[in-house]
Design a binder for this molecule. Structure first.
Ligand code: G3P
Ligand code: MG
Length: 359
């Protein structure tokens, strides 16, 4: 029978498949919600010939807001209920840093206003400072801009000559990237994480990689897709700029970690949420303690960015559907730097293809 002659990877399995959706370039283009996304999620929520519900989550390298707020907004936009355990943002895994830094000052970068401070505090970090606080302390640290009235309203006043930062956490895309590049470089080359100081360039021990203040980026995206004709620079572009300027000005390599897609930590977290959604839907922990056991059915990752969504899904053993509504604008899988299982026009085509394939 033709069905049996299909390769094993294409044969139907008896287990319900699960879906992981990227947001920007898949469900949305900038502020615009793709109608195909609404239809695709409706199908997974039960509007299909079998009347079956399929587990799904959204995994984005975006952020700058609490997961509880993001899921409410997505629910309104997409017309299908998205619960808090169905959303993984790029900084979600920063929760795992809370035990390390919760009682120490951390420098949080990225996002609009002081939103990322609110997110960090909600995660459990107790001493969170942002670039605007430092600008208010010493305006000459950033000569090219003044704090707006609005920014003054959320500044947390402090004497930064007395604060020794334990880590830099880049939560989200910077809306003032040149300022943040300056402040992050300042802090990395400072003595003991104190703004306004500088390590002695001759003191080799002080510049040893292990003595550098930890710098954690929440995602490596060089590019991401909105409604513009070409992909836009993301947090990865800032990360690479900081590393290059730091190297040119100090001669040292920037030590850093990166979370988000395509890193394993983010996929482990996402897999744990999917696992609980399938096996213990009434008690889903937002703080899983380790990688989940393999899921019984296939997981389909629908993404627009080969370097992020597809690379991560492939490495994790998931099926990957690359859509043409975001970063990738090619036609064939082999045109992508990370080759997906399949290329489809949009998320609706991708979901339909996967469900048909599952039989
Ligand atoms: O800032 C957003 C971006 O880096 C990517 O978002 O949803 O495509 O992973 P997403
Ligand atoms: Mg995307």
């Amino acid at each position: 029978a033709p069905r049996l002659s299909r390769p094993l990877s294409q044969q139907a399995t008896k287990h319900t498949p699960a879906f992981t959706f990227d947001i920007d370039g898949v469900l949305k283009q900038g502020q615009h919600v793709l109608p195909q996304a609404k239809q695709a999620l409706k199908i997974l929520a039960g509007d299909n010939p079998l009347g079956k519900k399929y587990p799904f989550i959204c995994v984005t390298n975006g952020g700058g807001t609490l997961e509880s707020e993001r899921c409410k907004k997505l629910t309104n936009e997409l017309g299908v209920e998205i619960k808090e355990h169905q959303i993984v943002q790029s900084h979600t895994i920063f929760r795992s840093f809370v035990p390390l830094y919760k009682d120490k000052p951390v420098f949080v970068v990225g996002g609009r206003s002081d939103n990322c401070r609110r997110v960090a505090e909600a995660y459990g970090f107790k001493h969170v400072y942002i670039p605007a606080d430092v600008q208010a302390w010493e305006p000459s640290i950033w000569p090219y801009g003044k704090l707006s009235e609005k920014a003054r309203s959320y500044v947390k006043p402090a004497d930064f000559s007395k604060i020794s930062f334990a880590a830099i956490l880049v939560f989200h895309d910077s809306l003032d990237a040149f300022r943040d590049l300056q402040l992050i470089c300042d802090l990395v080359r400072a003595q003991d994480g104190v703004f306004g100081t500088l390590k002695d360039p001759r003191d080799k021990a002080a510049w040893a990689p292990e003595r550098q203040i930890p710098v954690h980026f929440s995602n490596p995206d060089l590019l991401w897709g909105n409604e513009f004709a070409q992909a836009r620079f993301g947090q990865g572009a800032l990360q690479e700029s900081i590393a290059a300027v730091y190297k040119l000005t100090t001669g040292h390599e920037l030590q850093r970690t990166t979370g988000g897609k395509p890193t394993r930590a983010t996929y482990d977290y996402a897999a744990s949420l999917l696992h609980s959604a399938i096996f213990s839907p009434s008690s889903i922990s937002l703080h899983p303690t380790g990688p989940a056991p393999p899921l019984p059915g296939r997981v389909y990752m629908v993404g627009d960015n080969p370097a992020s969504d597809i690379a991560g899904a492939n490495a994790y053993g998931w099926e990957s559907i690359l859509v043409q509504t975001g970063v990738f604008r090619g036609a064939r899988p082999d045109e992508a730097d990370h080759v997906p299982t399949v290329v489809k026009r949009d998320v609706l085509e991708g979901v339909k293809w996967a469900l048909e394939r599952e039989g």
